[in-house]
Design a protein around this ligand. Structure first.
Ligand code: COA
Length: 163
């Protein structure tokens, strides 16, 4: 029997390179879990960004950081975000907004994704104030220069940096 809209699971994709995952990303995940029944965390292969951590390590760090969460599935992906959404039956793309400067890029990306598929909605949550200045590249830079990032990344990431 076909499911009605009301009993359909609300699934969203939260995608990123996660090189590495930060407490800012986890904040977005926890906000997303208040809205959606299930989140698919899409870890992008993204060779054009030349990630510091290989895909396997990025996936492991995401999984270990979210091991207490039930309604989450982590997948690696390459290709279009809308295709990942189709594959997992997701109707939304979750994004975090840190500051006004994020808006222009996010607006462009949401518009392009809407152009690619009108039925997939981009949904934005506002990042917690403590993390508005956090980005994965800042974390990598600070850590590689011996700075303290312990208040900005989850334990599994900190352990990798220490190694
Ligand atoms: N907290 C902490 N950091 C955050 C953050 C938050 N709430 N929101 C964003 N960031 C950081 C990210 O870590 C990233 O940092 P970095 O550039 O220093 O590594 C930066 O801000 C940009 O984030 P984002 O735009 O999410 O980039 P990304 O590389 O993590 O992910 C994809 C980009 C994977 C979502 C995008 O490339 C994509 O959609 N790819 C699929 C291809 C596709 O469909 N293209 C058409 C879409 S228009």
């Amino acid at each position: 029997m076909p499911r009605s809209n009301s009993d359909r699971q609300h699934i969203a994709i939260y995608a990123g390179t996660f090189d590495p995952i930060t407490l800012g990303h986890l904040d977005v995940v926890h906000r997303g879990l208040k809205i959606f029944d299930q989140l698919i965390i899409g870890v992008a292969e993204n060779p054009k960004k030349c990630p510091m951590f290989d895909l396997e390590t990025r996936l492991a760090m995401v999984n270990e950081s979210l091991c207490d969460e039930k309604n989450i599935k982590t997948v690696a992906f390459k290709g279009l975000l809308v295709d990942l959404a189709h594959k997992h039956n997701a109707a939304a793309l979750l994004r975090g907004l840190r500051a006004a400067s994020d808006f222009e890029y996010e607006f462009q990306m949401a518009s392009m994704n809407r152009h690619l598929d009108q039925n997939i909605e981009s949904v934005f949550v506002m990042a917690r104030e403590d993390y508005t200045f956090v980005s994965s590249s800042f974390i990598r830079e600070i850590s590689s220069m011996g700075g303290d990032v312990s208040s900005l990344v989850p334990k599994p990431v900190l352990e990798r940096f220490k190694r």
